[in-house]
Design a protein around this ligand. Structure first.
Ligand code: NAP
Length: 275
């Protein structure tokens, strides 16, 4: 599994990670295999009931290999609530630090300054290594960064798959110019990978055939084609994990990229909504 620097953190992180939304105990073997295959970048959240506990069990004895990301839910993101939520996640994850702690989406409930003050305190206490955000548009990203006094936003985790490429217009270039990692979630459209026309399916299978890969591997390769990008597919099935691990380590040609652009044109620049 290839790694690349995660935003400005100085950490090398697996380009393809493992999502854990709705992952239950039956995801245990998949998660373990993913780690064996180098997908050590693991994404979770306090909101993903049961996932943090499962991860805590799986990464016991190998914490140092793992790049662990978790998130505070906005309704908890007051100053005190963020501190408490982080402690609760650490306990469930059975670890004493989280690599990047994110605000899950913009908080209508608590001022961003409060959340970010708590985040900086968590960094100072060694409970989190870096601060990130999720589902933020450029304006909110700027406001989150301005609320920080010492730290820099490490990543913005956003929806990104072949049929949802709206971030490519402005958000991705903005993040790249500020050295903020762009972590694309739901890379398979939450399991609805190819609801599109058969033209799309055909194009992916032509490209897959050229490289001896599968259409999903082509999608993951495309979604991580730039140095700022990471993808975090969720797979509870070990065969799916094996397939996803093959999404990097080879390169699409310009012709492949043009074909993808022609059948999955980037959607217009839309405001980000929480998914
Ligand atoms: P996804 O990764 O796009 O799709 C997951 C679905 O695809 C599952 O049904 C999985 O099946 C299936 N799948 C995975 N690999 C496959 C393969 N190789 N072949 C066939 N099917 C495959 O959807 P997601 O879970 O929404 O997104 C991924 C992660 O992003 C989440 O788990 C979560 O960590 C994160 N996320 C973050 C936010 C946010 O607001 N920040 C929002 C949504 C998601 P099996 O499980 O049966 O293998």
């Amino acid at each position: 599994m290839r790694t690349r620097e995660f935003g400005g953190t100085g950490r090398k992180v697996s380009i393809i990670g493992q999502g854990t939304w709705a992952m239950k105990n039956n995801g245990r073997d998949a998660l373990k295999l993913g780690i064996e295959l180098g997908m050590t970048h693991i994404d979770t959240a306090e909101m993903y009931t049961g996932a943090e506990e499962l991860i805590g069990q799986v990464i016991r004895n190998r914490r140092k290999e793992i790049f662990l990301v978790s998130k505070v839910v906005p309704s908890n993101a007051s100053y005190k609530g963020t501190l408490l939520a982080c402690d609760a996640s650490l306990k469930r994850l059975n670890t004493d630090y989280i690599d990047v702690y994110l605000l899950h989406w913009w908080s209508g409930s608590h001022p961003i300054a409060e959340t970010m003050r708590a985040m900086e305190e968590l960094v100072a206490a060694g409970k989190i290594r870096h601060i990130g955000v999720s589902n933020l548009d450029i304006d909110r990203l700027k406001r989150a960064q301005r609320a920080l006094t010492r730290e820099k936003i490490a990543c913005n985790q956003v929806l990104y798959h072949l049929r949802s490429r709206g971030i490519e217009h402005r958000l991705m270039p903005y993040c790249e110019s500020h050295n903020i990692a762009v972590v694309g979630y739901s890379p398979f459209g939450q399991g609805h990978f190819l609801l599109g026309s058969s033209k799309q399916a055909k194009a992916l299978s032509v490209i897959a055939h050229r490289h001896g890969k599968t259409p999903r591997q082509v999608a993951l390769n495309f979604l991580t084609r730039r140095e700022s990008l990471f993808a975090i597919p969720k797979a509870s099935n070990v065969d799916h994990v094996r397939e996803n691990a093959g999404g990097t380590g080879w390169q699409l040609t310009d012709e492949d990229v043009q074909l993808i652009d022609s059948v999955f044109p980037p959607s217009k620049d839309e405001p980000l909504d929480m998914i």
